[in-house]
Design a protein around this ligand. Structure first.
Ligand code: NAP
Length: 353
């Protein structure tokens, strides 16, 4: 049981990111002082939206400069904080050097933040933004899980430096977090294991989050012939923020939390947009045949290997989200709302025309 004092500041690493910005917003709305650690505090394109939110909310925003790869970089921002949210980690899939671009910032960065917490007396709880990809790589892993369902007990054993290195980076990072947590008893660790996050961005033109790229593909014509019926989980970014908040401030919260609202696939996601946007925009309305993807997929996108297609397309994905609903009282938004709000944001921001 860990009671976090709401009058104490809270550190958020990677505070300007797509997911973290919503976490910061919720903290500021609750009147909490946020120590926002970012790489470029001087760049208003990156942090202007956070400053604006702070002006209209009771909380206070203090910006700090920190990089995951600089040892001790987060110590200054951590001083006086009982609660730390570690969200910073690259969410990119198109990389040349996965070791340098993904594994090192994810794994070493997590060690950097958590080891610093051992040296800062005030820290009592750390919430790490992990991912469902620390649990599985491909939809087939869900089929092969006990009972055909992913749970908090399952770990990803199939990603590697050569295959789905982003999933590998998140797996190594979360394992490192638990290893460091278990070697001490000053603070407790909670992980939020989200599936694919969708929903409006608070700073849509600046994030490199893969979430935005996937969303754009649904409206820019890349999926006009249809989408791969690839099993995956989906969750709204606003529910993800709520999950982070409750994980931090619920004394009994513990362990991993699968944070995924819907067991779905790309075709279903596209179809939720068809009613409202289908006449005007080239949203996907049907499934692309697997045989066709096997032939043409690898030519169109180098991430779309035959192995990836075999293990994901036309394979259902199922995860059990009962722990977070029961223990943290999370109620998830309907998929249609998540998808429509996301798509409307792309239109309003002129990102798709
Ligand atoms: P995002 O908008 O790209 O945010 C990533 C954040 O990490 C940014 O603030 C980025 O800073 C920071 N970062 C990257 N490399 C860094 C480094 N070397 N030093 C310091 N900061 C660094 O992506 P997101 O979708 O919000 O992802 C946030 C977290 O959620 C990540 O841990 C990701 O793995 C996890 N997650 C995301 C999803 C999803 O569907 N979006 C699903 C599951 C888990 P800059 O802005 O300076 O680059």
């Amino acid at each position: 049981m860990v009671n976090i004092d709401k009058t104490k500041p809270v550190l958020v690493t990677g505070a300007n990111g797509y997911v973290a910005s919503w976490v910061v917003k919720q903290l500021l709305e609750e009147g909490i002082t946020v120590h926002a650690a970012v790489r470029s505090p001087e760049n208003d394109k990156k942090v202007g939206h956070l400053k604006q939110i702070a002006q209209n909310t009771p909380g206070e925003l203090k910006l700090f400069k920190a990089d995951l790869l600089t040892p001790g970089a987060y110590k200054e921002a951590m001083k006086g904080c009982e609660l730390v949210y570690h969200t910073a980690s690259p969410f990119i899939t198109s990389v040349k050097d996965p070791q340098k671009e993904l594994i090192e910032p994810a794994e070493n960065g997590t060690a950097n933040v958590l080891n610093s917490a051992n040296e800062i007396d005030s820290v009592k709880r750390i919430v790490v933004t992990s991912s469902c990809v620390a649990i599985y790589t491909d939809a087939i892993d869900a089929v092969n899980a006990p009972g055909g369902v992913l749970t908090e007990k399952v770990w990803n054993t199939t990603a590697s430096l050569d295959y789905q290195p982003y999933a590998y980076s998140k797996t190594l990072a979360e394992k490192k977090a638990w290893e460091i947590a278990k070697a001490q008893n000053k603070w407790d660790l909670i992980t939020i294991n989200m599936s694919l996050v969708m929903g409006p961005s608070l700073n849509p033109n600046q994030t490199t989050s893969e979430s935005m790229n996937i969303l754009k593909m649904m409206g820019d014509g890349q999926m006009k012939m249809g989408a791969p019926k690839m099993g995956l989980g989906l969750v709204d970014v606003r529910d993800v923020a709520e999950a982070h908040f409750k994980a931090g401030y619920t004394p009994e919260a513990h362990g991993r939390y699968i944070t995924s609202a819907h067991n779905t696939n790309f075709v279903e996601m596209g179809l939720t947009l068809a009613d409202k946007y289908g006449d005007k925009y080239p949203v996907p309305k049907k499934a692309l045949p697997k045989w066709m993807l096997m032939i043409f997929g690898p030519m169109v996108n180098k991430l779309f290997t035959r192995k990836f297609i075999r293990n994901n397309v036309d394979i259902p994905w199922k995860a059990d989200n009962s722990k977070i609903k029961k223990e943290l009282g999370i109620e998830f938004l309907p998929m249609k709302k998540t998808m429509e709000d996301s798509f409307q944001m792309l239109i309003d921001e002129g990102i798709i025309k």
